[in-house]
Design a protein. Structure first.
Length: 276
């Protein structure tokens, strides 16, 4: 009996493990059932690398030949959140894309601080300047905008991710939450204009692409904090030792550190907003 079972399994293994190409077709619609024209459909391998891609027609309909029907397809369209589906051998895949969440801050905030001396990174023992922005939402709320590197312009840094502020011995000091879905902008952070930051999270001007070769891409999450948080940091400048933010995949984290000018810049900001 054991010998028979072994023979059956051995016979099935090549079928289960051999990649099979095939044709996949489907339609891309929004949550209202309306067609989404010219969506980008990408075939991703098991390491999430792009194998090939196609574009849906004006009615949201697509058909293309995949290299492996066990791969995944990822669907992207301007103004919508990307969706990834495992094919699992299916030849028909209809996709419904939810709209990108619009920031509750959009249009209400203004940049009150832009500096590459507020925080820094560290590389091989040397401090590396990091561009940062602070927006004022209202009299009591602010957001700290930090650049988070991504791989392509179709990645995202979702709302809800956190930035943890640590004191000495990595003691928890504060935790601020990203309040926007941040979509990447090609180019280095010091090239980004303040007016473009809004577009990075509304996604209105972000056309999907396969990749941006030889060009850096950064998402710009907005970590919300209060006037009381700002007052605390100004009153206790030595307490802040490190800021920790998730990578865009949430599989690691980025470290940011205060500089010798952090307390000076924060104190100037506090004086500025309190004079109004």
């Amino acid at each position: 009996m054991k010998k028979i079972v072994f023979i059956i399994i051995a016979a099935l293994m090549p079928i289960m493990t051999t990649a099979q190409s095939g044709t996949v077709s489907g339609k891309v619609i929004n949550m209202h059932g309306e067609s989404i024209p010219e969506a980008t459909i990408r075939e991703l391998d098991h390491n999430n690398r792009v194998v090939k891609h196609t574009i849906a027609d004006a009615n949201g309909i697509f058909t293309f030949k995949v290299k492996d029907n066990q791969h995944s397809i990822q669907v992207i369209a301007p103004g919508y959140r990307k969706i990834t589906h495992k094919l699992l051998g299916y030849s028909r895949v209809n996709v419904t894309l939810p709209e990108r969440r619009k920031s509750p801050l959009a249009g209400n905030e203004k940049i009150v601080l832009r500096s590459d001396e507020l925080f820094c990174g560290r590389y091989q023992g040397e401090n590396v300047r990091q561009m940062a922005w602070i927006e004022q939402v209202n009299d009591k709320l602010f957001t700290l905008i930090l650049p988070i590197r991504t791989q392509t312009v179709v990645d995202e840094y979702p709302q809800g991710r956190t930035l943890t502020l640590l004191s000495s011995f990595d003691q928890h000091l504060m935790q601020w939450t990203n309040v926007v879905d941040a979509y990447p902008i090609p180019g280095a952070p010091d090239e980004v204009k303040s007016t473009v930051l809004t577009q990075s999270y509304t996604g209105n001007s972000n056309t999907p692409g396969i990749s941006v070769n030889n060009q850096d891409c950064y998402a710009y999450p907005h970590f919300q904090f209060t006037l009381d948080d700002l007052k605390y940091l100004v009153k206790h400048p030595s307490h802040l030792q490190r800021l920790v933010a998730d990578t865009y995949k949430a599989d690691n984290y980025w470290n940011f550190y205060p500089t010798e000018k952090t307390d000076i810049l924060l104190k100037k900001l506090l004086n500025k907003v309190q004079k109004k």
